[in-house]
Design a protein around this ligand. Structure first.
Ligand code: UDP
Ligand code: MG
Length: 140
């Protein structure tokens, strides 16, 4: 059980000015923000980040959306971080997300779903390394 995960506040949520409210959820849920930055992904970056979904019907829409505007990438720390963060964000489709989850409260639909969360410890480490250098990840 790892203690880090990777999150994105996606372009829909940034455009909707929900960044502050979502960061508040992150902190109130007990996560420590190890590193964070606002950036605008290129199409190539979005392709690389979502390579595991290449060939799926929603892939083109996904990479276009993720490179459509600014997002905030975050390296988060908490005991059992991957599972804890998935529980905090809720199901991929906001119609199926539990009450009180971030996607229930901020997502528009299954594509524009406000936030990302890693699905395993291994992918969390890969995703953190995709966006952050070692120097950005030093804690205190
Ligand atoms: N997605 C979509 N349609 C789908 C499934 C996924 O547009 O039917 C998008 C959505 O933005 C989702 C992302 O692709 O967050 C990655 O999909 P995944 O199945 O990994 O969901 P997640 O891990 O983000 O809950
Ligand atoms: Mg996923």
């Amino acid at each position: 059980m790892g203690n880090q995960t990777f999150a994105i506040i996606k372009p829909d949520a940034v455009k909707n000015k929900d960044t502050g409210l979502i960061l508040d959820r992150v902190l109130k849920a007990g996560f420590h923000i190890v590193a964070g930055k606002l950036l605008h992904m290129s199409l190539q970056q979005a392709e690389g980040f979502y390579e595991i979904h290449k060939g799926k019907p929603f892939y083109d829409e996904l990479i276009t959306f993720m490179s459509s505007g600014q997002c905030m990438v975050l390296a988060l720390e908490k005991e059992n971080a991957v599972e804890e963060w998935r529980n905090t964000i809720g199901s991929t489709n906001p119609d199926e997300a539990a009450e009180g989850t971030i996607r229930k409260d901020f997502a528009t639909n299954v594509g524009l779903n406000a936030v990302h969360g890693s699905d395993s410890d291994e992918n969390a480490q890969k995703e953190i390394a995709f966006f952050f250098s070692d120097g950005e990840l030093r804690v205190n």
